[in-house]
Ligand binder design. Structure first.
Ligand code: ADP
Ligand code: MG
Length: 586
């Protein structure tokens, strides 16, 4: 009888099942760990850190395709273990299954060196301080080529030449050199951030691209990675609760990015990616940044090792949290507090007044490095000033003095004078009311429905947003091919122009591509509030001025508008006294 499967079975699987050759096996496995030049750099630097090095040099040629060299002054490898080190599943960092749930080293899988050596021309020189001499071995495409002893300092140097020379498919698909160098730069920056006590130097095409001193100062590393100015203005985070220790640096709110790449997460010293944790962080920033913008933040989380599982993925960049929800909540709360405590009410910088006098001084001090000039104590949020030392940073209690230029409201508080931008302040007030009342907000039917005419493209954009608009208590319908009709608006917006509220929805719409639904939503509300808020140049009654101040005091983030601009400027009593020559010489 004819076996119905025989034909197809034989045609597809006409080769008998056999074990893959050792070489092929290690190449397949290598693909998981060593995806690209940057992953080689990552593994080698992690090994150096695990070996206790405090000086690590990285050299890159041809974006890592021709050379990746990492030299460290760590413990080195014992002479008789050196061959084992480049063997798969050989590690000195893990010996029992129990260890797997208590990992403190960066490596533990024992795969990296073997994997790298199987797809490159690989040289390793290492000397452990128990050995008189160093050992040098070379491996090519996974095959040991030679081994010899030689004089060498304690530590390890790994040289990876011609990466993927024996894996043409991989070599062909390598991205452009520039993007690879970008990754390597990011990578070294991250290790430098988490380990300011280690001296890193990254040399690309024989030029030093990144160098840290290893003196243990986070801000110095931040200055190297961002700019000295940004680094000095970053807010230090330092919170401890029963569950975790939260540290790091939050960028100033006026320095933002268009994507999440400025957010770096480290858990127990390991850089990780985590979508849920990232959104917990963004949650803390809600309403403080211009919508669609993302903060710069370097966050260190320390947890008991048994609270996480790092053995999720070969590159070890993803981890599993045992109690994710609680951890994320703690992180979000800690960051939010720090931000609230530090959102500076914009101060008049005393030096601004004397700009004319300051210039000659700058010229005299030309020898001074720019970074040192930024170290003005009045400008630097010092590390001691974490939220713990700022117990009650409550919103200022404002007493109305009056309106200036129909644009600013002058108010007095126990700690000085506040100048409030009426437009920005109202934007903030509306935005927070909108967000908090949104579920229960009522609509006000317009006595006369408003017709709005738009072009074809705008018609499409509006049609896409109709559902959301009706969701936030508008009543808008399509009315003819390029016409819409507004029948009702949210009560919160009574008194504002319904047509301009509708028009802002269309503005800059293309910008929104790539945003998450929730972000689009917040951005839309922020725009509507902007269009509906009191304008500069609008005269306000005493009651209106007082009402605005009271509403602003009640806001959760009163110091910036939803787009991140300041709502108020503070002239402290101290500053006034100095400026009037009552106190301390400048
Ligand atoms: P893993 O780091 O997961 O243990 P690797 O393949 O990266 O696996 O390294 C294998 C072993 O080689 C390590 O466990 C360590 O003992 C040794 N080793 C690798 N690199 C270094 C280094 N730079 N300094 C000292 N020992 C090293
Ligand atoms: Mg390793």
């Amino acid at each position: 009888m004819l076996d119905p499967f025989s034909f197809s079975t034989r045609s597809i699987f006409n080769v008998p099942i056999q074990l893959l050759s050792k070489e092929l096996r290690s190449q397949i496995a290598a693909g998981e760990v060593v995806e690209r030049p940057a992953s080689v750099v990552k593994e080698l630097v992690e090994n150096a850190l695990d070996a206790g090095a405090d000086h690590i040099q990285i050299r890159i040629l041809d974006a890592g395709k021709s050379l990746i060299q990492v030299t460290d002054n760590g413990a080195g490898i014992l002479e008789d273990e050196i061959e084992l080190a480049v063997t798969r599943h050989a590690t000195s960092k893990l010996s029992t299954v129990k260890d797997l749930s208590n990992i403190r080293s960066l490596g533990f899988r024992g795969e990296a060196l073997a994997a790298i050596a199987s797809v490159s021309r690989f040289h390793l020189v290492s000397r452990n301080n128990e050995n008189e001499k160093g050992t040098d071995i070379s491996v090519e495409a996974g095959k040991l080529q030679g081994k010899s002893r030689l004089g060498a300092p304690v530590g390890t140097q790994v040289r990876v030449e011609d990466l993927f020379f024996n894996v043409p498919a991989r070599r062909k698909f390598q991205k452009s050199g520039r993007s690879e160098l970008g990754r390597i730069f990011d990578l070294i920056s991250r290790y430098a951030l988490i380990r300011p006590d280690v001296r890193f130097s990254l040399e690309v095409e024989n030029k030093t691209r990144l160098q840290t001193s290893g003196k243990g100062d986070h801000r110095e590393v931040l200055a190297e990675i961002f700019t000295p100015n940004i680094a000095n203005r970053m807010i230090a985070l330092d919170v401890k609760d029963e569950k975790l220790q939260l540290g790091g640096f939050l960028g100033p709110l006026d320095v933002t990015r268009s994507n999440r790449a400025g957010i770096n997460l480290f858990v127990n010293g390991r850089w990780i990616r985590d979508i849920a944790l990232t959104s917990a962080i963004l949650q803390a920033y809600r309403g403080m940044l211009m919508v669609g913008r993302f903060p710069i933040a370097t966050i260190f989380i320390d947890l008991p090792p048994d609270q996480i599982d790092v053995n999720v993925h070969p590159t070890k960049a993803e981890i599993r949290f045992l109690d994710g929800e609680n951890i994320f909540r703690s992180v979000s709360r800690g960051i939010k507090r720090a931000l609230m405590a530090h959102t500076p009410v914009s101060r008049i910088d005393p030096s601004l007044r004397w700009q004319a006098n300051i210039e000659p001084i700058l010229k005299q001090e030309k020898g001074l490095k720019q970074s040192e000039l930024h170290l003005d104590p009045t400008n630097v949020p010092t590390e001691q000033k974490t939220q713990l030392d700022l117990p009650n940073v409550s919103n200022p209690l404002l007493r109305l003095v009056g309106q200036v230029g129909q644009t600013y409201i002058v108010a007095e508080a126990p700690d000085g004078i506040y100048l409030v931008d009426q437009h920005a302040a109202h934007e903030r007030v509306l935005y927070e009311k909108f967000q908090s009342q949104r579920a229960t907000m009522e609509s006000q039917i317009l006595l006369e429905a408003v017709q709005v005419e738009v072009n074809a493209k705008e018609t499409e954009l509006l049609n896409e947003q109709l559902e959301l608009l009706n969701d936030i208590s508008f009543s808008v319908e399509s009315f003819g091919p390029q016409q819409f009709i507004i029948r009702a608006i949210p009560v919160l917006l009574i008194g504002s122009d319904p047509e301009s509220a509708l028009r802002v929805i269309i503005e800059d719409f293309e910008e929104d591509e790539g945003l998450l639904e929730k972000e689009k939503d917040a951005k839309l509300i922020a725009r509507i509030c902007k269009s509906a808020s009191i304008k500069a140049g609008q005269s306000l009654s005493i009651e209106e001025q007082e009402g605005l101040l009271t509403d602003l005091e009640a806001c959760e983030s009163p110091r910036t508008c939803p787009h991140g601009r300041p709502t108020m400027i503070h002239l402290s009593v101290d500053l006034l006294e100095k400026q009037f020559g009552r106190k301390g010489a400048r």
